[in-house]
Design a protein around this ligand. Sequence first.
Ligand code: NAD
Length: 508
Amino acid sequence: MTDLHIISGQTVALPATIFQARHFIDGVARDSADGLRSDRISPSHGVVVSQAALGSAAEAEAAIRAARAAFDDGRWSRLSGKARAAVLNRVADLIEANVETLAVIETLESGKPIAQARGECAGAADLWRYAASLARTSQGDSHNTLGTDILAVVLKEPVGVVSIITPWNFPFWILSQKLPFALAAGCTCVVKPSEMTPSSTAMLAGMLAEAGLPAGVCNIVLGYGNPVGSLMASHADVDMVTFTGSTAVGRTITKVAGDTLKKVALELGGKNPQVIFPDCDLEGAADAVTFGIFFNVGQCCNSSSRILVHEKIADAFVERVVDLSRKVAFGNPLHPDTQVGAIVTPEHRDRIDACVRAAIAAGARVCLGGSSLTVPGLRGQFYQPTVLRGVTPDMAIAREEVFGPVLAVLTFRTLDEAIALANDATYGLSAGIWCDNMHTCLEFGRRVQAGTVWTNTWMDGFPEVTFGGVKQSGQGREIGSYGFDEFLEVKSLVMRIGRTRAPWVNQA
Ligand code: NAD
């Protein structure tokens, strides 16, 4: 190999000190009672970049207790929307002031390019601002047509205590898709980031306190899925759990949350198709396919990990995607030009490679990449941008989420065939179509099974536009007004006007 565009230098220096991440419980930053900590090694540099308190059941219990008490005494839920919005807007200001610090630790812990980490953290501030606007505009319904002596209103109330469990691939963005919306609704929270990327969430604790969020309203516990996450999902004092992560863990969460019938919202995996018709802007489509698979090193729920290309243009189109992929800047995530960084752990790199080996054994052909590589001067784990052709719908590489920089190319002849292939998946997170015929785009948009459909673009997102998956990609929605509604219960209040109620008991 290496006609890839490799960047081995860095312009942002590795920090001189190792960041110490601590829990944040009832307004106090603290270590674990048993003193346990875990090291995080940079996926790109092979050195320890942070140390985090490793929570146990004791910390999870304390955090849930604090959130429950804070919810029940109304210190947050009974504030006006205006007062809650003011706090959320101050948090947004503080995030904006600290984008660089947050972005550097995200890059060091996850291996993602610094430019993408900066974009993620700056964009997250906007999610906080949008949620602040919802805190002030939340409203219910009124029923004024039930008769002269009846008035009914439908109130929206906070769900209560919400457990928030997040993954490592977009730690600060996904946290911000959930937490400000829950807070805007008046809920109190217990948050657990991934054990691999705890620090940006731990850094937020100081900003919450500085912004004036009352103690106990947001509590952060660091640690593993077991015992911390599973206790957060099963505890009787928790009213709702919102989880982003793998479909396998999502299933477990649904089961354990079922014992107390708590509300569950899940954002899970995907095997998202982009369909390419011959009449589209082929250059734009090739660029979007390259972006869709290599952004965040393909470790992205919205990764367009399979493309369906019309057979008439398949050879030329794949050649163009391969050309572009070679030009993507690959290597040290601490260089601002880098577009593709490291794989999160050596085990995950090996899993990606096993998926590629299995695809080759099943008959797929490698057009680009197909193995791991070392980047000069770095001690982390990297995987080459990989493009596989000759993929058939029955192969695992066409059906299963790889969560890495591996593109599977399939072909089709008709719109019906493209829709059938797109829907032939257990997942249904997102899908896209590239075509200049509006009728084809609309028909695809209506028939494809996905929570988000992009036409002639990929992965454009806005706080206003709701997000989520169908089938085994999840349940419930995030962001937008629908995402906000997930954190609200609906209560009907039926009121009689005057003493007009006919007695039920006949006293004659
Ligand atoms: P993961 O499921 O391994 O872990 C996610 C979180 O769950 C982590 O905080 C982990 O500690 C915790 N966890 C693990 N076991 C648990 C348990 N038994 N109970 C409670 N919590 C537990 O996922 P990951 O590897 O961190 O992230 C990658 C996955 O996330 C991919 O499948 C990806 O598609 C998905 N994802 C989905 C979206 C979306 O919005 N749909 C966004 C990002 C990532």
